[in-house]
Design a protein around this ligand. Sequence first.
Ligand SMILES: Cc1cc2nc3c(=O)[nH]c(=O)nc-3n(C[C@H](O)[C@H](O)[C@H](O)COP(=O)(O)OP(=O)(O)OC[C@H]3O[C@@H](n4cnc5c(N)ncnc54)[C@H](O)[C@@H]3O)c2cc1C
Length: 461
Amino acid sequence: MTDNNQEKTQVAIIGGGLTGLVTAFWLSKEGVDATIIEKGGNAGGVIGTGNENGFTWESGPNTGIVSHPEVAELFDELGGMCEMETADKRAKKRLIWKNGSWHPLPAGVIEAVRTPLFTTGDKLRILFEPFRKKGNDPFETLEGMVKRRLGQSFLDYAVDPFISGIYAGDPSYLIPKYALPKLYALEQEYGSFIGGAVRKMLKKKDAREKKVTKEVFSVSGGLANLTGTLELQAKNTRILTNVSELTVTPFNNGYFLQGEKDNREVAIKSRFVVSTAGPYEFDNLFPFFGRSELALLNSLEYARVIQVIMGFREWKGMDLNAFGGLVPSREKRDILGVLFPSSFLKNRAPEGGALLSVFLGGYRRPDIFSLSDDEITGIAIKETKDMLGLGNHSPELLKLYRYRHAIPQYGKDSKERLEAIGRLHSSFPGLVLAGNIHEGIGMSDRIRQGKRIAAHIIKAL
Ligand SMILES: Cc1cc2nc3c(=O)[nH]c(=O)nc-3n(C[C@H](O)[C@H](O)[C@H](O)COP(=O)(O)OP(=O)(O)OC[C@H]3O[C@@H](n4cnc5c(N)ncnc54)[C@H](O)[C@@H]3O)c2cc1C
């Protein structure tokens, strides 16, 4: 603290989740000092790993995809301190529930011809996908786009469950331009998903592009080892946890942050402020934002998600030789899907046992969120017993985690929201609105954004 009880830092980062920690790590590597201000009791955000009786599980995200070079670059930098674990090849198999049983999502042409997931009409229709006219409505929903290019059964039994698995979302709400920009670009740039994917595959990649392996990744021992290592290695960073009532005020070519910790005032002056909080925090955090801008940011909707972890010391159900199973909304079951982490990651369950991660709720089933913990675990157990052939065998480990603001849904209002973010960045130099309100919802998007923001600040200093 300085004489007048005000701390000074070059960069104040609101939120100690993955985005905040990655930003602090890369700033620290260049000798820039930062202060992370976190309202929770520890850093890590929604990432958390638990250990008990031979089980290791994730309370938040389970795995990411190496979809940006920044992911490989971060792990290279952390080499020896925190090891990326790529999933076993079993993770390539994804199961989809249809008419009372699981079917693998086709991975090759023969499987695609044989699968009962799609109608014969749509299977034939897909042959003409490369010749179909490209869409010209940037606000077309994912549902509209998939029906137009691939057909209803691909929407129902491939895209709908896939979107449940990523966004816990609804294809009739999400806009591909914002929610799945790579898919949108395939149609816009190449006129076809299939043609575009093939041409991209054949395109010569430079060394950096080759780092984008698209592999499923976790971290040896669990994802909390990543956030824990970042916390330790962001050596120029101070982390203040349990800070409540945080508010930011523009002040003399920088910002003044005030909050409360242990019944004492926290007061920090900073040249830059990076916020990784959701817009539902902005009323209190940024009282100087205009009402109309706040409304645009606050229109962002979130899927509420509940994760139920189940551990079995001895597995007596069906063969779990896959990444997991996803349940299309058409099937009207009470779970979104179930992952089999012990099938594709090391040391997640005792030998012969199994670890399951069951997801419920999502954008389409907010009703589940209002049930009690006992009711929700009851549903999760009933559904998994039925769908995974467990008979009367009950889990020895049972945990439940709720997320009211789990995954933002990039819908029609995204354009206006992105424009509002742009205007706020221009009006308030040094303020960076980050986190999953834009630039993607996955862990690898957060890793990319954190590095980009750090580079931007280092350049501006
Ligand atoms: C249940 C669940 C499952 C997921 N599964 C996957 C997956 O399988 N693969 C994948 O890639 N991604 C997944 N994700 C998304 C991924 O976890 C997130 O994109 C990423 O971890 C978010 O990191 P973040 O730092 O941006 O946000 P957060 O982790 O939410 O961190 C933000 C931090 O800011 C703090 N904060 C907020 N407001 C304030 C305030 N006013 N003052 C101080 N601090 C504040 C919060 O306490 C929090 O610690 C999942 C997310 C959830 C919730």
